[in-house]
Ligand binder design. Structure first.
Ligand code: AMP
Length: 280
């Protein structure tokens, strides 16, 4: 496995891979890797012979009061996990490589970024779409792999790729969970044992919501149940809970064939998000 920090080195590696007939699968991450990230690498390996992982804690997607400074950066452990998972190249750029002085161009997806994470974290998606666009330009992969865990993010990326005619496929992979049901996240490392238990209210509420969905309950009523359940958990601050259209992410006013339940909360100073897709 190669580890490189410069854009020129990534381009050279990808050019070589493509000229030997390989297609390139790309997994963008912020590191502190867990089995969720590794499942994306596994999925990419099933379709592509050349696997590129980027590890970059992207400052532009953090608001000033957020956890940019304390975000975990276990470099050696991450590289070992990538090596064992079968990555061919890890791109580990410095902030100045991605944002040289004078950087002033941003990519914005309007509308889809207004609600939910976009409302709670103003500017977050502007940072995400800008950095993911840059990474796509640098790596030029045939496909990029994202987790359903960040449902709105993958929806926003798909919209960007469609609207800007980017020549790659976006693949969304299922959410990986710990045995207790908590969706895996690099931020789970911040949680105490008690906070972790409290955070399980998200997956519990989603399971309850799913039962109601299959019983034919109206989406707005399910949203209220999600909000009540999460809101009733001591030590948990509800950010949002909704049953929404899978494409527009607007709250569903009546039942259709499909829905996505999106939930988010804060436990202490740690933000947790989760979601589930429901079919009639
Ligand atoms: P991050 O390092 O948090 O930026 O995440 C990098 C990628 O891994 C994103 O596409 C996430 O959606 C995905 N991811 C994070 N957690 C999980 C999980 N529990 N299951 C599947 N994918 C995940």
């Amino acid at each position: 496995m190669d580890v490189v920090e410069s854009i020129a080195d990534v381009r050279r590696w990808v050019r070589n891979a493509k000229s030997s007939g390989k297609t390139v699968g790309f997994i963008p991450t912020m590191g502190a890797l867990h089995d969720g990230h590794l499942s994306l690498i596994e999925a990419a390996k099933r379709q592509h012979a050349a696997i590129v992982v980027s590890i970059f804690v992207n400052p532009t997607q953090f608001a000033p009061h957020e956890d940019l400074q304390r975000y975990p950066r276990p470099r050696e452990r991450d590289l070992e996990l990538c090596r064992n998972a079968g990555a061919g190249l890890v791109f580990y750029p410095a902030v100045e490589t991605m944002y040289p002085p004078g950087s002033s161009t941003f990519v914005e997806v309007k509308g889809l970024t207004d609600r939910w994470e976009g409302a709670i974290r103003p500017g977050h998606f502007l940072g995400v779409t800008t950095v993911v666009n840059k990474l796509f330009q640098i790596v030029q992969p045939n496909a990029a792999y994202f987790g359903q865990k960040d449902y709105q993010q993958q929806a926003v990326i798909k919209r960007m790729v469609r609207d800007l005619d980017m020549p790659l496929e976006i693949v969304t992979c299922p959410t990986m969970r710990d045995a207790d049901g908590l969706a895996m996240s690099s931020r789970n490392a911040y949680l105490s044992a008690d906070q972790r238990r409290a955070g399980l209210c998200l997956s519990r509420a989603l399971a309850e919501g799913k039962k109601l969905w299959h019983r034919g309950t109206e989406p707005q009523e399910i949203s209220q149940v999600l909000q009540q359940q999460i809101g009733a958990e001591p030590e948990v601050h509800l950010d949002y809970a909704t049953v929404a259209d899978v494409d527009t992410l607007e709250p569903l006013e009546s039942r259709g064939m499909m829905a996505v339940a999106l939930v988010a909360c804060r436990v202490g100073s740690t933000r947790l998000i989760d979601n589930d897709l429901w079919q009639s």
